[in-house]
Structure formats: C-alpha cells, structure tokens
Ligand binder design. Sequence first.
Ligand code: GLN
Length: 537
Amino acid sequence: MAKYVFVTGGVVSGLGKGITASSLGLLLKSRGYKVFMQKFDPYINVDPGTMSPFQHGEVFVTADGSETDLDLGHYERFIDEELNYTSNITTGKVYSSVIEKERRGDYLGATVQIVPHITNEIKNKVYEAATSSGADIVITEIGGTVGDIESIAYLESLRQIRDELGKKETFFIHTTLIPYIYGSGELKSKPTQHSVSELRSLGIQPDCLVCRVPFYMDESVKQKLCLFCSIPRENIIEAVDVPNIYQIPINFYEQKMDEVVLKQFGLPTKKADIKYWKELIKTVDNLKEEVSIALVGKYVELHDAYLSVMEALKHAGYKYNKKVIIKWIDAEELENTKNLNETFKDVSGILVPGGFGSRGINGKIIACKYARENNIPYLGICLGMQIAVIEFARNVCGIKEASSTEFDEMCPEPIIDLMAEQKSIINMGGTLRLGNYNCKLTKGTLAYKCYNNKEIVERHRHRYEFNNKYKDILEENGLTFSGINEESNLVEIVEYKNHPFFIACQFHPEFKSRPTHPHPLFDSFVKASIDLKIKKK
Ligand code: GLN
C-alpha cells in the first residue's frame, strides 16, 4: 500500500509548490523509497497541448507521450524517475471520463454529480498513480491556490482520501507566503493563518507548512504559526529565497522535512544518500567563467516557454564548470537586423528550439545560416531541425523554394511535410507524434560520437517530418542523416560535417537532461561552444 503526500498552495500563486513537491520527492527517494509524482491542474483543457506557450509555458512530454504541465519537468529532474499519463490530471480529463461513463450507462440511472462521481474519479486517479507506478509514496500537487473555485472538487476528494485512509497514510503540506512589511520591518503570519482557515473550512487540516519567506523567521513568528494553525513546531519548514532551485532539497533536508513526513507515516528513516546532490550544489555555487549561447525563438519574452531547454543547457554547463548565459533573441526581430555580427558577436553557440506556426521562421533561418557559415556550434531541436534542413536546401543545394507545408501549404518544394497518417487528422489535441520513439545512429557520425551508442530512445512532439524525397540531393551536398527511426523510415537527426559542430534533431532531448547527468547532445553542444570561446581568446 502506498502512502500519499498532498501539496496545496495558499496566499498567492507562484510560490514554488512544484519545487517543494519535487524537493521532498528527492529526499524521500534518497532514503530508499520509491517515489512517484502527480499534478492536478484544475483547468478545463484536457491537457496543455493546445494552449499557447504564452499562457502556460512549456509543454513537458513524458516517455509515454503525455503532454503535461511544466512542473512535471521539475519532478523528473529532481526525482529522476519517468512519469506517465497518470502524472498530470486536469478537470478536462476528469470530466471527459465521467461523461464517457455516463453515456455508456455505467452509472445505472443515477443522477451524476460532483460528489460522489467527480470526486470518485479524482480519487481513482490518485490511486491509479500508485498502482501504475508501484511507488511507496505518491506526491500529488494541487495546482492553483486554496480558495479558487476550480480546485474545490479536488480538495474535497483529498479530504475524503484522508477520511478513508487516516493520518498514517496521508500527509498534507500547505505552501504559503510570509511577506515582509517594509516600514514596520516585520514578517507577517496573518495571510498564512487566513489561508489555513480557508483550507480548514474545506475540512482539511494541514500537517505541515512550507513558508516562502525572504529570510529566516524569528522563533516568535514560528510560534504564532504553530498556535494559530495547529501545526507542530518541527513541521514548520522555511523556504527561503535562493539563487538556485537545486539548493532547496538541501535546505529542506537540514530542516528534517523528509523525517517529519516519514515519522507520520510510521516508516523507518533510512540513511539519506544525498552526497551527490550536495556535490552538485557545490559545483553550481562555484562555477568558473561563463559561456554565452543564443536561443533564437518566438516566445522569448516568456522564458518558461523554454524551461527544459534552459535547464538542459545549465546542466551541461555544470559538467564543465561553466555558467551558461542565455542570450535571448527574438526570431522576428532578427528578420530586420542589419548587423548580424553585432548580434552574435559575444555568443559561442546558437540554439534554435521547437515551435509551431510560421511567425519568426525567417529569423530562425537567418540564425541557422549564420551558425553554419561562421562555424558557430549549432543545435537545432524539432522545429530547429526542420529549419536547418530548409536553410541547407535553400542556400547550399539551391532549392530556393524549399519550405514546410506548415508555413506554406502550397509550397512547391515541401522538404518538410505532413506524414500520410497525419493528413486525415482534424483534431488538434493529442494528435502529434508524441513520446518515445527509437532512433538508430550511424557509426562514425557526430551523433554517434555524442551518444557513444547505436540505439537511442528520445521523446517527440511534432506533426511534420523531413520529406525523404529530398534525401539524396541533400546528402550529395554534404548533409548527413545520422539518426533514423527504422520502423517508419523517418529522419531523426541531421548533421553537417564540414563544420565544427552542427547537429539537429527532430525529437526533444531537453526532456531527458538531469542536473547530475546532462543529455549527450547538450553536453557536446555546450562543450563545442566552450571550445570555440577558448579558441577566440
Ligand atoms: N511545428 C513543427 C511540427 O509540428 C515542430 C514542432 C516542435 O518544434 N515541437 O512538426
């Protein structure tokens, strides 16, 4: 039987609930427990796949092809476990499944209601996460803030779970804000008291408070929280602002947060194996020198749209003791930039990440061409691979009208095109090529050198593909197709050998990067960028 930790949020959004949940997950795993994580998103979309990155940030893709909230990326990076379709539950999913059952007649004539039908569905999703993963402990984060209309059914479900299983099997964490009032110079506990009383009005008494606070609190503030919120003193955890999120598990470890949870569960506190994480923090705190990488995208004002890419770059930097500085370049602005040398003068690598639609395409092609012609390391991801192929076809092979049918449906040279099976699909949600696919690498190529492996598996999220009709002509001109999905004969990786480092992949390597083991492509790309910087000195 699994035990359940629930993480709710109070006072304001954006307090780092996801990082709190992930940090606890890491600590429990470090004590030898199998941990699985799950997030409830109370919005009505079935998944974030159809939402604009400006609304939602990145869509994180799990190995089984689920399009999920970006918090799942934190979960995977912290606990280093593959999550799945049970890890991100939305109101859209819950209601779809209840309505489907109702149409099938499963409810045998009953009036279908929020309690018990929707709440039962939600509870089943919690239990399903436990059974599908076989975890000892499942941590569920509830999106939004207590008091939101949308989250009421979720909180009611958790209240019922506590009633059914009791306190030894369930643990409620409430994350809140302790604001500092300038002038009076005080940290204030009142918003937290209100938030806890809101939670209690829904029948939930939290077991632990994680307080986001600008600096450590005085004992008197903590005593107030204990008294007004009925929380034992050792269950009040401080989440002090830190410059690097990977520091947070260590801060929680020092406050014995994981021990508090295990104690309530009546589970033994085995010795924590977190030396490797402490070493990571030491590395991050002592990075020597910087390396600057241009990220050319169209959602650059919202860095969260590229969260896993940013993290993957940082991870590779850690390996070489370098701080990766991202130079954000708006692809559309690049289209009108006269002096590219000026734009790229201080960067040692150029990355074109994934994206959808035609806006900013020409700017990305300009960036890719600049990297190719000026021997600057280039990493293209998904759309960044499609761009690389189009640029090469146009400017090296002379196929001037080469394009993707995504940007120009009638394009005469559809070098990137829809797969036959995609052509008949009308629904937008969940219909991309998603999740894990195999890729076979050719010996002697850069891709093979990066991975040092013949067979790899990577996560995908795209609809368009390289059109194999153009393979020969591109190859004759020096492009190498170094990674192929043999089952469907689809191109997965291209590279250009007359260049120090030019590689692009149809999949998303960023999802598999971890702080202590960077992804091979990011690793080699950042290394090549560092080498270029050293050469230029
Ligand atoms: N828009 C492109 C496609 O659908 C690329 C997708 C992406 O970059 N994730 O194929």
